[in-house]
Write a protein of this length. Structure first.
Length: 297
């Protein structure tokens, strides 16, 4: 199988490329800088340009592009960066996939699509929520529509928080928790939909090879947890107490709008579409995922 990946230098893209190559698949990478190897092809989404050689003969394209949601405070300018880094590249790539008749497109999205769902369990059939993140995910997914309209099997992978040995949320929180400064955020009742990095990669590979998967697919472990339970499990994994509470007002002062949309609120999403295909998870509990991440750190 020949797979072309956009956004291959990030946490998920790096792991996915390595896993595919380990199994003997050809992996090509779309890059915006000058190419530095035979497996790289130049593209310039801002100018609508994609090197056609990257897609000619490709069995599938995986689009993982997007600036980090929590990398910076959400100023108006950075919110525009979050949109432009997802919607424009997706639109350009989806049209290129359609023009070249690539059979499969796996396009990243996120469970932020559902907005704040409280205790309500949400599946791929649940409607879009409200707020900036929900609107971003909705428009991000719509940008892939041209590929689906052309007959490409298009999977919209709504990922939860990825639990990995380094990088991502765990990489940012580990120093605090190891210093004994971990604690619940707000009332701790908000749900976290999560998935281990191993299972995220396996979910993408399932999306590449499972004809039944099309449209929205929740890439989340089957057991979402509250922030309180996540905090306790992480403290246990690093052998530290987690006595602290960070009030919502403090979080809002520290990180602004991001606190309400991505920290104090959450989603209780479950992977109905994946499980319907017989997909099984390596890590079903947050405790197991965190222990594995700590062993790999």
């Amino acid at each position: 199988m020949r797979v072309t990946i956009a956004g291959s230098s990030g946490l998920i893209g790096t792991a996915l490329a390595a896993a595919l190559r380990a199994d003997g698949h050809q992996v090509d990478r779309l890059v915006r800088r000058p190419v530095a190897g035979r497996d790289e092809f130049r593209w310039d989404p801002e100018r609508g340009r994609v090197d056609s050689r990257a897609l000619d003969g490709a069995d599938a394209v995986v689009n993982l592009c997007g600036a980090g949601i929590g990398d910076r405070r959400w100023s108006g300018a950075y919110k525009q960066v979050l949109r432009d880094s997802r919607i424009v590249p997706t639109d350009v790539l989806a049209h290129a996939v359609a023009d070249r008749s690539v059979p499969v497109l796996v396009n990243a999205s996120a469970v932020g699509f559902y907005g704040d769902t409280g205790d309500l369990v949400v599946t791929e059939d649940s409607p879009a929520g409200s707020g900036f993140l929900a609107g971003l995910c909705r428009d991000w997914e719509r940008a892939a529509a041209s590929a689906a309209a052309a007959g490409t099997r298009t999977v919209l992978l709504r990922s939860g928080t990825v639990i990995a040995p380094s990088g991502g949320l765990i990489g940012r929180l580990r120093p605090l928790f190891r210093a004994g400064l971990g604690g619940r955020l707000g009332n701790g009742r908000q749900f976290l939909s999560w998935i281990s990095l191993d299972d995220e990669v396996r979910a993408i590979r399932a999306a590449l090879t499972t004809p039944e998967l099309s449209g929205p697919v929740n890439a989340t472990a089957p057991n979402p947890v509250t922030n309180r339970d996540f905090t306790g499990a992480f403290g246990h994994a690093v052998h530290r107490p987690t006595p602290w509470v960070v009030p919502g007002v403090v979080l809002r002062a520290a990180v602004g709008e991001f606190a309400d949309e991505a920290v104090l609120h959450g989603q209780r999403a479950v992977p109905r579409a994946l499980e319907a295909t017989g997909f099984t998870f390596l890590h079903n509990t947050i405790a197991d995922a965190l222990r594995t991440a700590e062993r790999g750190h």
